[in-house]
Design a protein around this ligand. Structure first.
Ligand code: AMP
Ligand code: GLY
Length: 444
């Protein structure tokens, strides 16, 4: 295969996902890449570092291809899931433009819940869930009863921005409510999956994958609920932390080994199923339970905010890492991370996620170290920066311990001015101790 090692012109494609978070990784690369972005809005952080920037629709395959061709792009990276689902990677490869990010069929790992659950069954991958896929109400009541009151999860089968999942005891009080939700999904023409509910602590393990080989990233814990104390509605993720030993305080070495093995077997299964290796990022959303590690979901991209935790401490050359993915010679030596803890917190608009206020001005002039902040749903206009209705700015703290990293992130995020809020409990001793306690109780 041709070695893609010439000009390193980059064309990245972010929308909901990594946005500016590769910024420092690109800046650090010895290979001095030129960077181009096709994005959904004028992200000020990315604008600052790109040689070209085009705003368009994330699933507009032809516009993306034209932009790549016009700028003689030699390597592309897809950030969000919408272009993965639209088959942008297929089109780029077809035009001899290599791409980090899976093609449409393997990207079903993220875009279809039933695909992933079935894949686990078909290839006997450990960590799956007892489940059934439904296209009508027939058999739903029986299967809910079989799983038992309080032990089920109903998932719309498609990209729902984190909003299609309802969990027993959390969003669904009883089987009747679960059936009502199933009816609602059918009336919206949505297929769905009913699966067993797991109890434990969730964590994310992302692995770079060249089709054959994996290089794992440090594990991270996300916080889905909007408010302190894990209260309120589910969100895209309000903040994340990782520890200096690249594990998490409530996980065992065995948990991590199991998760790594599941990511590996998933990559192997995809290769067998589609006769072609998966090139991109395998993001396993796991849960440590009293019986070991299970899979909650897969994403086919970097996590948001998880990417900011791990890429901020990546010591290896990110461009070389991407080339290894493209060229199929990835080893763990391509992905070395420094032994530091990280805490990332998102400032989000008031009312987020259900009715966020939109198009309000924000001010970051008081933030000390601008390298610590990452813009997400922010637009740059002539008279300044505006939040545009979703997760707005992430702040990362990096230190020897989680507690120190938390203090750094908290101090900086408070300096962002605007009608925004954040979770002040992420990364605090109190919250982490409650997680440790929960796992201790479960395991004994
Ligand atoms: P998902 O979109 O599949 O990540 O689901 C969103 C959230 O629902 C997850 O972060 C979990 O908190 C919860 N969830 C999903 N599936 C399960 C399951 N099988 N058992 C327990 N919780 C789940
Ligand atoms: N942090 C969850 C996600 O990226 O989907």
């Amino acid at each position: 295969m041709k070695e893609y090692q010439k000009n390193y012109e980059y064309f990245t494609n972010w929308f909901r996902s990594p946005r500016t978070r590769y910024r420092s990784s690109y800046k650090k690369s010895q290979l001095n890449p030129k960077l181009f972005c096709f994005g959904s809005n004028n992200n000020p952080g990315i604008l600052e570092i790109t040689n070209g920037y085009l705003v368009g629709k994330m699933n507009d395959r032809e516009a993306i291809l034209n932009f790549a061709k016009t700028n003689n792009i030699e390597l592309t990276i897809i950030g969000p899931e919408a272009p993965l689902q639209a088959g942008v990677a297929d089109l780029l490869w077809h035009n001899n433009i290599p791409c980090v990010g899976p093609k449409k069929l393997p990207a079903q790992l993220e875009t279809s819940k039933s695909f992933t659950r079935d894949l686990f069954e078909e290839f006997n991958i450990p960590g799956g869930a007892k489940h059934k896929n439904f296209t009508s109400l027939t058999g739903t009541k029986e299967f809910l009863n079989e799983l038992g009151e309080g032990n089920y999860v109903v998932k719309a089968d498609g990209l729902m921005g984190g909003k299609g999942v309802k969990v027993a005891g959390d969003h669904l009080k009883n089987i009747n409510e679960a059936l009502t939700y199933c009816e609602e999904l059918i009336s919206q023409n949505s297929n769905f999956v009913i699966e067993e509910k797991f109890i434990g602590q969730e964590f994310s393990l992302m692995s770079f994958c060249d089709g054959e080989n994996l290089a794992h990233m440090p594990v991270v814990q996300d916080h889905k609920r909007a408010y302190d104390g894990d209260q309120g509605p589910n969100t895209g993720g309000m903040g994340t932390y990782s520890d200096a030993n690249h594990s998490l305080p409530f996980l065992t070495t065995k948990d991590i080994e199991q998760a790594q093995e599941i990511n590996l077997q998933t990559a192997q299964a995809l290769h067998k199923k589609f006769n072609e290796g998966y090139k991109g990022i395998l993001y396993g959303g796991f849960i440590a339970t009293k019986n070991g590690v299970n899979v909650i979901e897969y994403n086919a991209r970097l996590g948001d905010p998880e990417a900011m935790n791990v890429l901020s401490i990546l010591e290896s050359d990110f461009v070389e890492l991407c080339l290894a993915i493209i060229n199929g010679n990835l080893t763990s030596a391509h992905a070395k991370f420094s032994p530091q803890a990280t805490v990332c917190k998102y400032a989000v608009p008031e009312g987020y996620p259900d009715s966020p206020i939109k198009n309000e001005k924000i001010d970051i002039s008081e933030v000390g170290n601008k390298d610590q902040i990452y813009f997400a749903s922010v637009d740059k206009k002539e008279d300044g920066l505006y939040e545009i209705g979703s997760r707005t700015i992430a702040v990362i703290g990096i230190a020897d311990t989680i507690a120190e990293a938390e203090k750094i992130a908290e101090a900086e995020i408070k300096k962002i001015k605007g009608p925004l809020f954040h979770r002040s409990d992420i990364g605090t001793k109190k919250l982490i101790n409650s997680r440790i306690e929960m796992m201790k109780n479960l395991r004994t």
